[in-house]
Ligand binder design. Structure first.
Ligand code: HEM
Length: 462
């Protein structure tokens, strides 16, 4: 049985309170790290009601009920206002991530062509090239220092997946300042828990909070960058259509209208941010988990050598890197890049044994589901064999949802999984990552699950 054979490592998980926090402590903790407000019950019970500022919120962990919320009765549980106030403030409330109903449907359809399977396979060379460039940057740092270098792997992975998204979805025509782009996203994300606190307290969004002005300026910069790319593309359409061309050409079948330049810019920003930050985090946590376990790295090296020899990772080999994919899947179980999926009840309804009033927030806490005591053996340990075909048999769909589920499931799920395998294998076969002694990364949720303050690791040539 794999769980016994695989050397296991229990990653640092944060302390969760035994009881729901008292209001003041709750708010202080929410602003610092929302994940630390989640009581233990979320990791043990099928559903939990929490009173957030006097308003009940239902957290749903039971996989069958999760499926009802996200899939079977998705129409009754649309996206929650907290999404509109956090993400909507950055990309508008009518973009692919934030819109609902017919408004959302045609944008989803318009954006789909680059995410078809054959199209994604055609992107693999760009993914390999970005990973090789990242490996070369690591090697330069090592050469410059004359010894293994200490690097922030989360920053390095962000730069790598950023290259991939621009190369594949924008035909390489972004001309972005990657460092500035990343910094401005961080400024924006840093303020998100303040926005969440205002939403919980039902306070207006115009109220001031720390970092607000910088976050706004950052968002203006990001939008202006996207508007520039849209204007350039209008002037010079691509010979082979990419995501932006598909969105420019699309029109709403009901009204016949096309996206305005502002809507195109909002959607582009959504894709660029959602399409690189999350995959970079999956890779970051996978590198750290692998470095902290014995036996996993050797199995990865064996698999990569057997499947690809000395050749670059191509689409066919990516498909055969089965254990590599399992490592990524297990990393996303322990550290799901999107740790919470917030919904709201559109009408009075019943879910399992729970009676829910209209406008009640209904949250799917992916991070807690992925470490739930009734769904996983030794939930906090790292064991990629959980995702072997054999061990995955019969697992309920709602027990593992790094990409969500139902109509709003991540449009980039297949793209991201192939990309993560290609980058992980390409980098790992050249370089060896080891933990920095004494450094314990702490997961912190803003919109995504980032390691607080970055994730320094030591990197050396193999
Ligand atoms: C490991 C990588 C990724 C993870 C964990 C992830 C996770 C998610 C999740 C959980 C959702 C659903 C949110 C909800 O239902 O409220 C989502 C939606 C979305 N993701 Fe991803 N994502 C990843 C990569 C990507 C990539 C590579 C792209 C694009 C290139 C992308 C673009 C989007 C978009 C546009 C949506 C909104 C879809 C809709 O509402 O129709 N994501 N993602």
């Amino acid at each position: 049985m794999s769980l016994v054979e695989t050397p296991r490592f229990t990653p640092h998980a944060i302390e969760h309170p035994a009881e729901p926090l008292k209001p003041l402590k709750f708010l202080r903790t929410l602003v610092r790290n929302p994940l630390e407000t989640w009581p233990r019950a979320l990791f043990e019970e099928p559903v939990v009601w929490l009173g957030l500022a006097g308003r009940p919120v239902l957290f749903v962990m039971d996989p069958a009920l999760v499926e009802e919320v996200l899939v079977a009765r998705a129409g009754i549980f649309p996206k929650a206002p907290i999404i509109q106030r956090t993400i909507g403030a950055a990309v508008g409330t009518k973009s692919i991530f934030t819109a609902e109903g017919a408004d959302w449907r045609w944008q989803r359809r318009a954006s789909s062509p680059p995410f078809r399977h054959e199209k994604i396979l055609g992107f693999v060379p760009a993914m390999t090239a970005a990973a090789e460039a990242a490996a070369a940057r690591f090697e330069e740092m090592i050469a410059a220092g004359g010894a293994p270098a200490t690097v922030d792997v989360s920053e390095a992975m962000m730069a790598t997946t950023f290259d991939v998204i621009v190369e594949t979805m924008l035909s390489g025509k972004g001309g972005f300042d990657t460092e500035r782009f990343g910094a401005e996203i961080t400024h924006y994300f840093d303020t998100v828990s303040w926005v969440a606190a205002l939403t919980v307290l039902r306070l207006p969004s115009w109220l001031p909070y720390p970092g607000k002005r910088r976050a706004r300026a950052g968002n203006r910069f990001l939008k202006a960058e996207m508007a520039r790319v849209v204007a350039e593309r209008r002037a010079h359409p691509g010979a082979t259509p990419d995501l932006l061309d598909f969105m420019i050409q699309a029109s709403d079948p009901e009204t016949g209208r096309a996206m305005t330049d502002a809507e195109l810019a909002d959607n582009l920003l959504t894709f660029v941010v959602a399409g690189h930050e999350t995959t970079a985090l999956a890779l970051t946590w996978a590198l750290w988990l692998t470095a902290n376990s014995s036996g996993v790295e050797e199995r990865l090296m064996d698999e990569i050598a057997t499947v690809a020899g000395d050749r670059p990772i191509d689409a066919a080999s990516a498909d055969r890197l089965v254990f590599t994919k399992q490592v990524i899947q297990e990393a996303m179980r322990l550290f799901p890049p999107a740790p919470l999926i917030p919904r709201i009840a559109a009408e009075d309804t019943v879910l399992g044994t729970e009676t829910i009033k209209a406008r009640t927030p209904v949250y799917v806490p992916v991070y807690a589901i992925h470490r739930h005591a009734s769904l996983w053996t030794s939930p906090d340990s790292f064991d990629p064999d959980r995702f072997s075909a054999e061990a995955s048999k019969g697992r309920p769909r709602g027990a593992y949802l790094p990409f969500g589920a139902g109509p709003r499931i991540c449009i980039g799920a297949s793209f991201a999984q192939i990309e993560a395998v290609v980058i992980f294998a390409t980098i790992l076969r050249k370089l060896r990552f080891t933990p920095v002694p004494g450094h314990r990364p702490k997961p912190n949720t803003r919109l995504t699950l980032r390691p607080e303050g970055g994730l320094p690791m030591t990197v050396a040539r193999r």
